[in-house]
Design a protein around this ligand. Structure first.
Ligand SMILES: Nc1ncnc2c1ncn2[C@@H]1O[C@H](COP(=O)(O)OP(=O)(O)OP(=O)(O)O)[C@@H](O)[C@H]1O
Length: 245
């Protein structure tokens, strides 16, 4: 057993943060995940990759506990509710809420709606605004932001939850280099702090920097392990249905 200290509690990082055994899930009669067996290592970064429609978001939703499974087992070792950053296109830009209020919502999950936020809560919110370089637009409503600014706000919200499991659905898609770098650095710092990060990405260069990689195809796990092995030329060809050379 190998323990690290995460926010005052010992975490056994030799045990996976998430273990899926033969997990099936879908939407009504449409089965999307056809029996996934996989592990997410604790206190590491995991990249989830695969072609459009492979089932990546469905898998992330299953891990988040948002999507019910129809059979199989899902085991999580963490003690905190997972933090989840969805794609900004999933969030209405019409919501009459500012950037700071959006990030602050993450702290209400800790306090409950009837309790006051503490000075520490406010410090965490301001730190996350700074980390994603959105402090200058903190008082603007979400609807006034560009897609990339809204995406950074959602990542800042997930970071502010300070969970031991951070799930992100294409957090850097469509972002400029500056924003991508900010997100990469923030996620690296989160892993160094002892949290587990699971990130869907279509950017194989990003996936190659992760510690662990899950490659999906048609709702099944094609490969799992270090990105150098999972993202071999042959597997990429199979995963994305590319012609073999
Ligand atoms: N809410 C839903 N209701 C019904 N079917 C859905 C729903 N969400 C996803 N699906 C279907 O599940 C399958 C997998 O979708 P999912 O979004 O998990 O794939 P993905 O790998 O994340 O794709 P992408 O790279 O395009 O985001 C697709 O066939 C999709 O049409």
């Amino acid at each position: 057993m190998v323990f690290i200290l995460f926010k005052g509690a010992l975490v056994n990082v030799a045990e996976p943060a998430v273990t899926l055994r033969n997990v099936r899930a879908g939407y009504g009669p449409h089965e999307v995940l056809g029996g996934i067996t996989a592990e997410v290592p604790a206190a590491r970064s995991t990249a989830v990759v695969g072609a459009n429609g492979a089932g990546k978001s469905t898998l992330l939703n299953v891990i988040a506990g948002i999507q019910p499974i129809s059979s199989g087992t899902l085991h999580r070792t963490g003690r905190l509710r997972a933090a989840y950053a969805t794609q900004h296109s999933e969030v209405s830009g019409e919501l009459p809420i500012t950037v700071r209020a959006t990030v602050t919502m993450a702290r209400w999950a800790h306090r409950g709606p009837w309790r006051r936020l503490t000075a520490r809560d406010r410090t965490i919110v301001e730190d996350c605004l700074e980390q994603l370089d959105i402090a200058a637009i903190a008082d603007q409503p979400l609807g006034a932001l560009s897609g990339g600014q809204r995406q950074r706000t959602l990542v800042a919200q997930a970071l502010a939850q300070q969970s031991d499991l951070l799930l992100l659905d294409e957090p850097a898609a469509g972002l400029d280099l500056h924003a991508q770098t900010l997100i990469d650095e923030a996620l690296d710092a989160t892993v160094r702090g002892g949290a587990t990060v699971v990130r869907i990405t279509h950017d194989l260069a990003v996936a190659r920097r992760a510690a662990h990689c899950l490659l999906l195809r048609d709702g099944r796990l094609l490969a799992e392990g270090p990105p150098s092995a999972v993202l071999s030329r042959e597997r990429v060809a199979v995963g994305w249905g590319l012609p073999e050379e």
